[in-house]
Design a protein around this ligand. Structure first.
Ligand SMILES: Nc1ncnc2c1ncn2[C@@H]1O[C@H](COP(=O)(O)OP(=O)(O)OP(=O)(O)O)[C@@H](O)[C@H]1O
Ligand code: SF4
Ligand SMILES: [Mg+2]
Length: 349
């Protein structure tokens, strides 16, 4: 791993979280859920990294690890040059004001008994000691920034729609002017028309403040609209990471190709409708991931080597992909670009 440069805000290496599964009278560890299993990625200043993958692939766990809301089993998280996992309680509290998170469900993220002034103002009281009119003044500025009004100050969460509540959560997250905002499925619970408004709000805040976003979603079409780069996760691993447009138009990993084929729009290159690739079987359990390439039990291109040898992330196009096709694909050589036309696909072994 290279040392962080001034351009790098967050650098994650070897990040791993295995949750113990306990059982029996003595509550001994019987097994481990390998939720996140050795992630390497960076987020630059002012950039949005999209984190995409199906349910259970480890996206939320990754977000929580980055903010140290849970402790990793192994790995490093370096934020603005500081090794976050080595910080004591007090220093971590200060650091946390620079990294904030918003969640899928704005309903459960807000205390139903607290007014907007109290919800958004709490971090200002705790970290900056602001009270009364001074605090309310700052809260009003934040409300206006997220498209709400000063008269909303003394209202309660039940008086707002889902989209407005997510705006309140965004305002609270921005109160301490963080450098990184981890957005965990921030629009998944909202109506489609409202989703675009909230995404546009996040983008305009990013333009104004230069904040970095780690944007988590199971939906590649949502991630594409916000992200500069995208990391694709499968069973606790990143299988492909790279430039957002390239991932969308020229995926290098068969799993990314599968996610793309589920989006009901034409192939942007050929303008022909993408053929839907149906995944074989259920996602394997993270308790016992498949040997070799974790995707081999469902991959239409799987070769003998795939069940035995784990592919590593290697440069492919303007990013990296972990797939043996780049080395062993029939006649395809290094840096294979998957062809979205099915007739050109390599024959599975
Ligand atoms: N506290 C926990 N204890 C045990 N297992 C956990 C815990 N939290 C998450 N897991 C497991 O870790 C795996 C990854 O979960 P995670 O919530 O990170 O996935 P996700 O990609 O965010 O999924 P979704 O799209 O459904 O939100 C899952 O198998 C999940 O059941
Ligand atoms: S390594 Fe093999 S199984 Fe895994 S994605 Fe590539 S072709 Fe498919
Ligand atoms: Mg999740």
């Amino acid at each position: 791993m290279t040392e962080p440069t001034s351009d790098t805000l967050l650098e994650v290496s070897g990040l791993t979280k295995h949750f113990p599964v306990r059982g029996g009278v003595l509550q001994r560890t019987k097994a481990r859920v390998r939720a996140v299993d050795g992630l390497d990625f960076t987020v630059r200043r002012g950039e949005t990294l999209g984190l995409v993958g199906e349910s259970g692939s480890g996206k939320s766990t990754t977000g929580r690890l980055v903010l140290r809301l849970i402790e990793p089993t192994a790995g490093r998280v370096v934020f603005d040059g500081v090794d976050v996992l080595k910080l004591g309680r007090g220093a971590m509290r200060d650091m946390r004001s620079r990294m904030q998170m918003i969640f899928q469900d704005p309903y459960s993220s807000l205390d139903p008994q607290a007014t907007v002034a109290d919800s958004i103002g709490e971090p200002l009281s705790v970290h900056e000691g602001l009270r009364g009119a001074k605090r309310d003044g700052r809260v009003v500025e934040l409300l206006e920034r997220v498209g709400l009004k000063p008269q909303h100050l003394h209202r309660y969460p039940y008086e707002f729609s889902g989209g407005q509540r997510q705006r309140i959560c965004i305002a609270r997250a921005l109160a301490l002017k963080p450098d990184l905002l981890v957005c965990d499925e921030p629009v998944s619970a909202l109506d489609v028309s409202i989703q675009a408004q909230v995404i546009n709000l996040l983008k305009s805040i990013q333009r104004d403040t230069g904040i970095s976003l780690l944007f988590i979603s199971h939906d590649l079409s949502v991630v594409r609209h916000v992200s500069d780069r995208i990391a694709v996760m499968y069973l606790g691993r990143i299988v492909e990471i790279g430039d957002s447009e390239q991932i969308y138009t020229q995926p290098r990993h068969p799993y990314t190709e599968t996610l793309l084929s589920a989006i009901p729009v034409p192939n942007p290159v050929t303008q022909r409708r993408r053929e839907r690739i149906l995944l074989r079987g259920e996602p394997p359990s993270p308790l016992d991931p498949p040997s070799g390439c974790r995707f081999h039990t469902r991959c239409q291109y799987a070769m003998d080597v795939c069940a035995v040898e784990e592919p590593v992330l290697a440069p492919a196009g303007r990013g990296s992909s972990a797939c043996h096709l780049h080395d062993y694909g029939p006649g395809l050589g290094g840096g294979t670009v998957l062809d979205l036309e099915p007739t050109h696909r390599p024959v599975p072994a």
